[in-house]
Design a protein around this ligand. Sequence first.
Ligand code: SF4
Length: 400
Amino acid sequence: MSSQLHVGPVAVGGGAPISVQSMTTTKTADVDGTLAQMYALAGAGADIVRITCNDIEAAAGLAEIVPRSPVPIIADIHFQHRLALAALEAGVAGLRLNPGNIRNETHIKTVARAAKDAGVPIRVGVNGGSLDKDLLEKHGSATPEALVESALTEIRYLEEVDFTDIKISVKHSHVPSMVNAYRLLAEKVDYPLHLGVTEAGPPPGGLIKSVAGIATLLLEGIGDTIRFSLTADPVEEAKAGRSLLEYLGLRERKGLDLIACPSCGRADVDVIAVAAEAQEKLEAEKLPIQVAVMGCVVNGPGEAREADIGIAAGKGKGHLFIKGQVVRVVPEDEMVDALVEEARKLVEEGFEARLAAADTSAPEIAAMNALQLAADQGDANQTQERRKAVTQRAVEASTS
Ligand code: SF4
């Protein structure tokens, strides 16, 4: 297990819940604009927010932002170590230093001493895209070994002045290199690790790359705090980070988990449209439950029996089920609203109460509808007809 530090009130490492980070995109000197974005990020699931401190106006802005912020702030520092000192003066809860562009040992040690006095941790934030030129030359490119060597050199400087309040990132835009760099690093240090795929790009590619890299490592037990670096509204980063942790079972569910069948020839409704409508209405309710939208009552309630609640369509009806048990049958055009209402009651009253309030005739009606639907549809994918047609074509081709 990694060691633990604190970014303000948020514990990182040492078995603490994995935290979600994001970064503001506003000019830091724009105090109100930056605070508005920070509140949006905190609302979307960010536990910690990083803000650039790239000039003296930004540092002055931080002094006003810090006391009004809903979450702890980390100042992002490149090139000028003096701005790290100014950010500490402004009261930030953490610093991120890029060893690729703050290379002067004396400067690094000066910042470390000031951070120690302030009780503030430092992230050694190595980035494949801005690696120290000497290391690039030595390793030929930004290899996982080069990234780790950069981090270890910086850590040595910090440890030499007795500074150990450290977390580390070795980000790379190439997912396998990122994964290998963190694996290598995790073998060498027990400091908490901040995971991320750098410059992942816009969604959906950026999301896929981030999930691939971050989830792989988290499932191996590597990583203590995460950031999705998306070319998108940072609120999307915070939401994605939070959702990933909830889907992996690493954070308690705060929001909706909508599962839906992929649809197939048996679907008796437009599953994509129904799922989109359900998602929109349920997200507005902010209910922390898992909801299933299934295209047919033949297989839906059974396939989604693990979901807290769900609907399955068929014969012009919506079959509402709780933990796989059908509790009500409603007209198809009312099924999404009925689902939302039942979901609200389920969160308020609990499973036992809602199962006790079930319409006792619903399971029988659902079973009849499922039987009729299966009988009507028969082989919905028309397998036999297709087989016959393919065989016929093959015979014609061989005799022509
Ligand atoms: S629930 Fe029904 S419609 Fe959806 S994939 Fe399963 S069989 Fe097909």
